[in-house]
Write a protein of this length. Structure first.
Length: 626
């Protein structure tokens, strides 16, 4: 089999759907003839390929290999979150060397000098970035921001009120708590008052700087959550922010404007306020976990199932099935009429309308999460929304993994959505952003090392010609070789495997590339049945599309017919995406739909749990004073 230089290079750079860690593989074993000769002898120099068995063997003799453990490839891991430790704000070096003990309280200029001198007594700790910004700001700022004479200013009171209300935008008010000096003080011990005011000035500026940074980019560094998170944290100019606060005539508006202004963020914020206003006295539908009801069966939970449909079904659904609902007497028998009612409810909620009431249907029947669970999900979503750009782009692609959906936007409005299959729990899809660049029709599938090692290698050790018979192309060090010639007991580091375009190709008709270090992309699949499932975390990490031609046409700016013609040509071809289209491979268990209503999804990878642990670690670190 002869490959072109380009094809060989493509084979060598086999595309992976998951970043992997390769455990040490055993060294190449010696051949039977090596053993007979008493070990490997020096042979005439000849060209060798890494991983290829070049030993000679007697006619009819098999090359035997010692039984050794199979290597395994594992994915990224989750971390125990480590928040930044607080740092002392070193403003003592900025204190003016004046003596204030003989200065009376009614001398204002001397009072300012006295407060400045009291910087030497300040013991305030803040996050590293906030501490550095405050030191720089006061190095060039002679006037105080929060002090008025021997008391605190109205501006300070306004800022404190905004910080105390931080929970409304998903932040923790305790992170910005500042001790407020009493209105009453001993005028005789004015130096003590100056020290209190100096501490307050620095503490409030530190809290404001921390709030601004958190509001813009979030409290949590996503890259410390797991190896599946990949974000460049936003840069926030905190010195400029403090200058703006000092000059602002409306500090409330300025601070509130630091949180994202996007419609998605505002919808989440409004949802959080609505949830917190609920009394919790709602009549919830309760269906025990593990309940499973199939057509033709009987189950005492059927009454609660019907109650759930009446409570959470649409008016149109209840009108269409009004006779069934009105005549139901609470019996456990799952009759055909009730099956039709359940199927209609399932279809309305985007579930497989098969009449089987399982975990996914029960979630919808009970109204999803409790109020407390929803609040927790919205708080995580508000934090994660800060990792993304404030403006996602008038034209963009948004994949929400827990929803198993992908959305295409034009002019800021959703134009297209479809079901997806994402990575399984053991082959998780990453959380990152990139830009769509290419649509490849009739694609090759470069088999990831994780699949070669974890899934193919056991077969290849028993049958080295396995890949040849299956029609795969194998290359070692960039050179095409038969699968049967590769020493599958050696390292596979230099071995690439790819599947040529065909009706059975794992990527189907096309793939949509947005080059990234994780080698994740969107693609077609011959396994269409997966899209009928409610839980679709089933792939090796890439994102499979239910209607790939529609998505390809959307990002290329052409028609589906145009895409079909390219596919019908039968050639492997890369079509460049001319437009600037960001793509967000996201993970939100709470997110607004196109109508602005927040929807809730299962935490398929348990990532929200790690986020909440990170919240706790951050709060603990920020409350440590010294």
């Amino acid at each position: 089999m002869k490959l072109t230089k380009t094809a060989v290079l493509a084979a060598a750079l086999a595309v992976s759907c998951a970043t992997i860690t390769l455990h040490a593989a055993p060294a190449n074993a010696i051949t039977l003839m090596d053993f007979i000769r008493g070990g490997k002898k020096k042979e005439p120099k000849r060209e060798e390929l890494p991983g290829v068995d070049n030993g000679f063997s007697m006619p009819g003799a098999e090359t035997k290999q010692a039984a050794k453990p199979l290597p395994r490839v594992t994915g990224p891991r989750y971390y125990a979150y480590k928040a930044d430790a607080l740092k002392r704000v070193a403003v003592d070096k900025l204190a003016d060397p004046v003596v204030t003990s003989s200065i009376s309280a009614d001398v204002a200029p001397a009072g300012d000098a006295g407060i400045r001198a009291a910087f030497s007594t300040v013991n305030v700790r803040a996050t590293p970035d906030a501490a550095k910004a405050v030191e720089t700001f006061y190095g060039g700022q002679k006037k105080f921001v929060w002090i008025d004479g021997t008391g605190i200013s109205e501006k300070a009171k306004t800022a404190i009120a905004v910080l105390a209300d931080a929970a409304t935008v998903g932040l923790d008010p305790w992170d910005y708590a500042v001790k407020i000096p009493s209105d009453h003080f001993d005028g005789i011990d004015i130096n003590q008052r100056y020290s209190e005011l100096a501490t307050f000035e620095i503490a409030l500026s530190s809290a404001v700087a921390t709030y601004v940074q958190d509001a813009v980019r979030g409290r949590i560094d996503p890259n410390r959550i797991s190896g599946y998170h990949d974000f460049k944290r936003k840069d926030v100019n905190l010195v400029a922010a403090l200058k703006n606060v000092a000059l602002s005539g409306n500090v409330k508006a300025y601070l509130e404007s630091r949180s994202p202004a996007s419609g998605d963020f505002q919808a989440l914020k409004a949802e959080l306020a609505r949830l917190k206003a609920e009394t919790g006295s709602e009549d919830r539908v309760v269906i025990p976990d593990g309940t499973l009801l199939k057509p033709g069966q009987s189950n005492p939970e059927l009454a609660n199932i019907v109650k759930g449909i009446v409570k959470h079904g649409s008016d149109a659904l209840k009108t269409d099935h009004s006779v069934t609902i009105a005549t139901y007497q609470g019996t456990p028998d799952y009759t055909p009429e009730l099956v039709a009612l359940v199927e209609a409810f399932q279809k309305e909620n985007g579930l497989k309308p098969d009449g089987v009431v399982g975990k996914a249907s029960i979630r919808k029947l009970v109204g999803g999460d409790s109020v407390a669970d929803k609040i927790a999900k919205v708080e995580v979503a508000l934090e994660q929304a800060r990792w993304l750009p404030v403006d996602l782009g008038a034209r963009h692609v948004f994949i929400n993994q827990p929803a198993f959906q992908v959305y295409y936007y034009e002019d800021g409005a959703e134009k297209l959505s479809m079901r997806t299959v994402v990575g399984s729990k053991s082959n998780q899809t990453y959380f990152f952003q990139d830009r769509v660049q290419t649509v490849e029709v009739n694609p090759y599938w470069g088999v990831p090392q994780s699949i070669i090692i974890n899934e193919m290698l056991p077969k290849l050790r028993n049958d080295p010609s396995y890949l040849d018979r299956m029609g795969y192309e194998v290359a070692v060090g960039g050179r095409a070789v038969p699968s049967s010639s590769v020493n599958w007991y050696g390292s596979t580091a230099g071995v690439s495997v790819r599947q040529p375009p065909s009706g059975d190709n794992a990527l189907g008709e096309l793939k949509i590339l947005f080059p990234n270090s994780h080698a994740i992309y969107m693609h077609d699949t011959p396994s269409k049945s997966f899209f009928k499932k409610d839980m679709r975390a089933l792939s090796h990490g890439c994102v499979r599309l239910a209607e790939p031609r529609k998505m390809a046409a959307a990002v290329l700016g052409v028609t589906e017919e145009d895409v079909g013609k390219e596919i019908a040509g039968g050639r492997n071809k890369a079509l460049s995406v001319k437009a600037d289209i960001p793509i967000y491979v996201a993970y939100f268990t709470a997110w607004p739909n196109k109508d602005g209503k927040v929807e809730y999804f299962d935490d398929v990878y348990a990532r929200d749990d790690y986020m909440r642990k990170a919240f706790t670690a951050t709060r603990t670190a920020r409350q440590v004073q010294g």
